[in-house]
Design a protein around this ligand. Structure first.
Ligand code: SAM
Length: 280
């Protein structure tokens, strides 16, 4: 039976292809650690819902039993194509806000990272996902964690502590995204309680560190600069004052003296939290 959790917001995920793919390259070790931790070795059917560019799909495929089936689901065809290239798995195009292409009682592991929070009724989706698990199957959510850190505290330009204000800007964006989702229902619990409410047991969580110290390699540097430039040109437009965005433009401009001064100090530190629960 198709579920009806409502329409999702109007984000253009295809434009994220390059960013998500670059993040997948950089986070390959991290994804491998998560997949090793998640997989028990006896899974037969595994889903990656909202697979993005397929970095975690590839990690799951590599760590899962050879004879298991791994299926990636996303609402964006370009991302599914990238996932097929990266992970070589079967893919399914679906809007998870309106359909869940997983048979009831079938899945040994469902992985969903960064996607449930884009759906209007998160608790209802979790209940639906729990129903799709085989007895003993597990639902794992990549949600929460800590925002990335990349900058020295004092850039010598503007007020120190710019990254704390980037966090606040992201928070405002997130709140607006949830508020503007048609049919959005607030989820007042944390993810652990939400998984329990969905009928799952043995609920636990673990955080994994992405720790790339300075100086960054060129691929990592591109990723960090891309994220900061995204704040300056796009993501921070409504939530960051113009003077802060101007500092970010200087930070990310290879010709700028500020960029050249701090380039060797840029780093990437982040924590990704994984919540897991098991169907009894
Ligand atoms: C933030 S990205 C996360 C990608 C990947 N799971 C990761 O953790 O890097 C969110 C993904 O969910 C997908 N997505 C968002 N809303 C969706 C929906 N309603 N139905 C299907 N996919 C959706 C997007 O296309 C995108 O690939």
């Amino acid at each position: 039976m198709p579920h009806q959790h409502g329409r999702t917001e109007d984000l253009d995920w295809s434009s994220m292809l390059e960013t998500l793919g670059r993040a997948d390259d950089i986070e390959a070790d991290l994804n491998a650690q998560i997949a090793d931790w998640l997989l028990a070795g006896d899974e037969r059917l595994i889903y990656d819902l909202g697979c993005g560019a397929g970095g975690m799909t590839a990690a799951l495929r590599a760590a899962a039993p050879r004879d298991s089936r791994v299926v990636a689901v996303d609402g964006e065809p370009a991302l599914l194509a990238a996932t097929r290239r990266r992970a070589g798995v079967e893919t399914v195009l679906a809007d998870l806000g309106t359909e869940l292409p997983v048979e009831s009682g079938s899945a040994d592991l469902i992985w969903a990272s960064g996607v449930i929070h884009h759906l209007p009724d998160q608790q209802a989706v979790l209940a639906d996902l729990a129903d799709r698990l085989a007895p003993g199957g597990r639902l794992a959510l990549g949600e929460g964690g800590l925002h990335s850190r990349s900058l020295p505290w004092d850039l010598g330009v503007g007020e120190p502590g710019l990254e704390l204000r980037l966090d606040a800007a992201q928070d405002r964006w997130f709140a607006r995204m949830r508020r503007d989702l048609p049919g959005a229902v607030p989820m007042l619990d944390g993810w652990s309680t939400a998984l329990q409410r969905a009928g799952l047991v043995d609920v636990t969580a673990r955080s994994f560190l992405l720790d790339l110290p300075a100086p960054l390699g060129s691929r990592e540097l591109d990723h960090v600069l891309g994220r900061l430039r995204g704040f300056a040109d796009r993501d921070g437009r409504e939530d960051l004052p113009e003077e802060e965005r101007a500092v970010l433009r200087r930070v990310t401009d290879p010709e700028d003296a500020l960029h050249r001064r701090i380039r060797e100090d840029l780093f990437l530190l982040a924590a990704r939290t994984v919540y897991v629960g098991r169907r009894p």
